[in-house]
Ligand binder design. Sequence first.
Ligand SMILES: Nc1nc2c(ncn2[C@@H]2O[C@H](COP(=O)(O)OP(=O)(O)OP(=O)(O)O)[C@@H](O)[C@H]2O)c(=O)[nH]1
Ligand SMILES: [Zn+2]
Length: 340
Amino acid sequence: MTDSAETGRLRQLGWSDVFAEQLAPDESDLHILRVSSVHRSRIDVIDVDGAADVVLAPNTNTADFAVGDWVLASPFTRDFVRRLDRKTVLQRRTEGSHGQQLAAANVDTLFIVTSCNADFNPARLERYLIMANQAGTRPVIVLTKADTVEDAETYETQARALQRDLPVVVLNARSPDALSKIAPWCGPGETVALVGSSGVGKSTLVNTLAGSGAEAQQKTGEIRQHDAKGRHTTTARSLHSIAGGGWVIDTPGIRTLYVSDVTDGIDTLFAEIIELAPLCRFRDCTHQHEPGCAVQAAIAGGTLDAARLERWRGLLAENREKTPVSSGPKGNKIFRKKKY
Ligand SMILES: Nc1nc2c(ncn2[C@@H]2O[C@H](COP(=O)(O)OP(=O)(O)OP(=O)(O)O)[C@@H](O)[C@H]2O)c(=O)[nH]1
Ligand SMILES: [Zn+2]
């Protein structure tokens, strides 16, 4: 087992008990590494001292790795030994196939970025929230371009209503104080990622997070290394250190992700509807026309937004359509019509 000073340094990299508990006694001497980028035939890793090395077996499928993963390697040969189980994993559905592509692993907080303008779209934000819930990451809504509107509070109120206890941060991504507003989620050892449409300010925020100091530039900038043929290559790292001590994962794939097989995430997002359902008179109530429906009663009473119920239905239907039958969502039965 690594000594406590070493463990303290590993924690700066995002290491936690969830990973330490996975180490077998005979693995105590192995090199602990974090994946900083994934390429077609190799992975880049870092350790507490910066860029490190790992050698994958020939023909390893690097699609099984994600930026943010923890891996173990032999300290002598640098040979890859194994990948540790993930705390959280963000995946994206690949277009035209049923496969899922890994976007990032072990992300603690997902910043869902949108602007105080026409980009603000509750239905799309709900999709991102579902994805974060499903992945096990903590979602935070970041409302950018607050400096361009008079009524930022209107957007903030709408964002807060999307999910219970949802943190919402309103800022100008170009202003230096943006960092202090998102700092609570970016402390030492914390890993964050950003999603959102083009132009909402994700790059601006990543730059703000990385800071502008020489050391930060060096840490987050491009890294030079030898490729398989011994040539020097320059590659962009996807795991950037944050000025406050945390890490931001910024891979090309992560910025736009899709909804699929996310039943649990949907249940969390629409918790107030899920909690009302058992109060309906009929156990298999579809919440459309049945007498004694607690969901319809909440809409009539003004405590539940009818549009939200519709979006819940739409997302469940979409999820059912996109999810392979073998792992079908348990929520399907809600849609099975029954004659009374
Ligand atoms: N006024 C103002 N401008 C902003 C703010 N955030 C971003 N911008 C500007 O909006 C433009 C787009 O910002 P980016 O950071 O490139 O957006 P992005 O989300 O990274 O976009 P993609 O790289 O296309 O995904 C830039 O000109 C930014 O300077 C903000 O909070 N206020
Ligand atoms: Zn009902």
